[in-house]
Design a protein around this ligand. Structure first.
Ligand SMILES: [Zn+2]
Length: 218
């Protein structure tokens, strides 16, 4: 079923007109230059406590929300690739100059099989290539958590506890490194905190970055 889906997607990509996920004009990138140029750049830092903060680029509203949904729920991989180059050109180079490795927030294997890519990894692949920083998938998600945005802060924390482990194969690659944990959206920051907790004994420094953040009022 998995390979059939992949084949079907490839056929669709070949034969269906490739259009912008927002305005439907023809484009091979999944999102047109006009629409991506309209994304608001409003960097924000979200303080999580425990010496951690998450840097983000744009609020999770309007077109940003529609783009992420096209990427995650309609599985339009090209949108993620184009968005990745947008992130790479708008992220402050100072942030990446002090990072040795990028660790994407992982999906549970079941969700990965359904989606066929990890959107967090896809969104930061251009940063990794342009700034020559390896992406190291050092963390595994061992618990298939329910949708966190439906939970309050305490429920999120409970749902996420013991959700992540460091992959034994990657332990030597993260030892003493300055790492940046990356995700598509930061809501409460609970996921970043949980992953930071398991990485902290092994790594030298932890930064967190999300493409988008849910506005404080929601
Ligand atoms: Zn467009």
């Amino acid at each position: 079923m998995h390979s059939f889906n992949r084949l079907w997607q490839t056929l669709l990509d070949c034969f269906l007109p490739q259009v912008c996920c927002l305005c439907q004009v023809q484009t091979e990138f999944g999102i047109c230059e006009h629409c991506i140029g309209q994304l608001p750049i409003i960097p924000e830092e979200i303080y999580l406590g425990d010496g951690l903060k998450v840097a983000t680029l744009t609020p999770y509203l309007g077109n940003t929300l529609a783009i992420i949904q096209a990427l995650k729920y309609h599985k339009i991989r090209r949108v993620g690739e184009r968005l990745g180059t947008w992130i790479s050109s708008h992220i402050a180079p100072d942030i990446l100059n002090e990072v040795d490795i990028i660790i994407p927030v992982p999906l549970h294997s079941k969700r990965f099989r359904e989606r066929e890519f990890n959107q967090s990894e896809l969104l930061f692949r251009a940063c990794a290539n342009n700034f020559k920083i390896p992406i190291v998938p050092a963390v595994n998600r061992v618990k298939n958590t329910q949708a966190l945005h439906e939970l309050n802060a305490r429920q999120r924390q409970r749902e996420l506890s013991n959700s992540f482990i460091i992959d034994d194969d990657f332990k030597p690659k993260i030892q003493g490194k300055r790492v940046m944990i990356v995700d598509d959206i930061c809501t409460s920051g609970a996921t970043f905190l949980e992953i930071a907790t398991i990485l902290r004994p092994s790594v030298a420094e932890i930064r967190c970055f999300a493409f988008s953040h849910t506005p404080k009022t929601t």
